[in-house]
Design a protein around this ligand. Structure first.
Ligand code: C2E
Ligand code: CA
Ligand code: CA
Ligand code: CA
Length: 277
């Protein structure tokens, strides 16, 4: 190699310094962004495939950055997780989603469940169940209209603690969904012990199902598993009529994706609800 060890070392540290600097600036920006209300939520409908009706909406966070414009969660959630800022940001998201859902209900719209994504760091906080309880109380939303989306990796970090936390929240009436199901490593014996209402089939399986027989097999296996374990199964990332037809034919309960609607602002969500009467 032409590069001496020393040169590559210098290059590496210089790059790391910039990265560290950028990260620090970004961390600061997230903190002030929360204070300045730069974050907002869009909502994506979840549809019952038997009735065709919207029964729930997933809250998805966005950041209206003063300089960079609107940022998607993939651009800031992992940094927020690494820096611990996901805790205050996640509290804000939960609070806002509950408040919005109550506002839709108070406006006379059909009652929905709102789904909120939860990070491992939030979930592991000792007082998390109390915080959820307080947020529900402050918003006036009944717990049964809140669903928390957790991932397999979050659950597998500390299974006993996860089960205890989930049970505590389940007693309040809160529901749980396992997000991105099939991409993690949860064991079936653990799955059986979890108080979970819903499995969300990851969109990576749905995307190529027309061309990939393995993806079709995985999807139908997850649907059967959900049926056996008495859980609802929802497919995410549904974009085409063909994908929907396959899901229906295999007994999938529910779906979410661009085929029905992209994530939309609260006003547009209310319009969708009004349209279906
Ligand atoms: P996710 O929970 O798996 O959310 C689904 C993502 O797929 C969303 O991206 C959604 O806009 C997108 N999507 C929905 N339907 C379709 C479709 O038909 N086709 C395609 N190609 N994509 C579709 P988004 O909003 O960019 O969110 C990305 C991820 O960021 C989410 O993945 C979730 O893991 C995370 N996230 C979003 N909001 C929050 C939050 O409030 N807290 C935490 N911790 N994570 C969040
Ligand atoms: Ca999700
Ligand atoms: Ca997902
Ligand atoms: Ca995903």
């Amino acid at each position: 190699a032409k590069n001496s060890g020393r040169d590559s070392f210098q290059f590496f540290t210089a790059e790391m310094n910039t990265k560290a600097h950028e990260r620090f600036a970004m961390q600061d920006a997230i903190r002030s962004g929360i204070a300045r209300s730069e974050f907002y939520l869009d909502y994506q409908p979840q549809v019952d495939l038997r009735s065709g009706r919207i029964f729930a909406a997933e809250a998805l966070v966005r950041w209206r950055h003063p300089v960079l414009g609107v940022l998607s969660p993939v651009q800031f959630i992992s940094l927020a997780e690494e820096t611990g800022l996901i805790v205050p940001l996640g509290d804000w998201v939960l609070n806002e989603a509950c408040r919005q859902n109550k506002a839709w209900q108070d406006a006379g719209l059909p009652h929905l469940s709102v789904s909120v994504n939860v990070s491992a760091l939030q979930f592991q906080e000792k007082d998390w169940p109390q915080r959820v309880r307080r947020i529900l109380k402050e918003s006036g939303l009944e717990a049964e209209y809140l669903e928390l989306e957790v991932t397999e990796s979050l659950l597998m970090r500390n299974v006993d603690q996860a089960i205890a936390t989930m049970k505590e929240l389940q007693e309040l009436g809160v529901h749980f969904a396992i997000d991105d199901f099939g991409t993690g490593y949860s064991s079936l014996s653990t799955l059986k012990c979890l108080p979970v209402t819903r499995l969300k089939i990851d969109q990576s399986f749905v995307r190529n199902l027309a061309h990939d027989e393995d993806d079709r097999s995985i999807i139908s296996a997850v649907i059967s598993l959900g049926q056996r374990l008495n859980m609802m199964v929802i497919a995410e990332g549904v974009e085409t009529e063909g994908q929907l037809a396959f899901l229906r034919a295999n007994g999938c309960d529910e779906a979410q994706g661009y085929h029905f609607s992209k994530p939309v602002d609260p006003g547009a969500m209310a319009d969708l609800l009004m349209l279906q009467g």
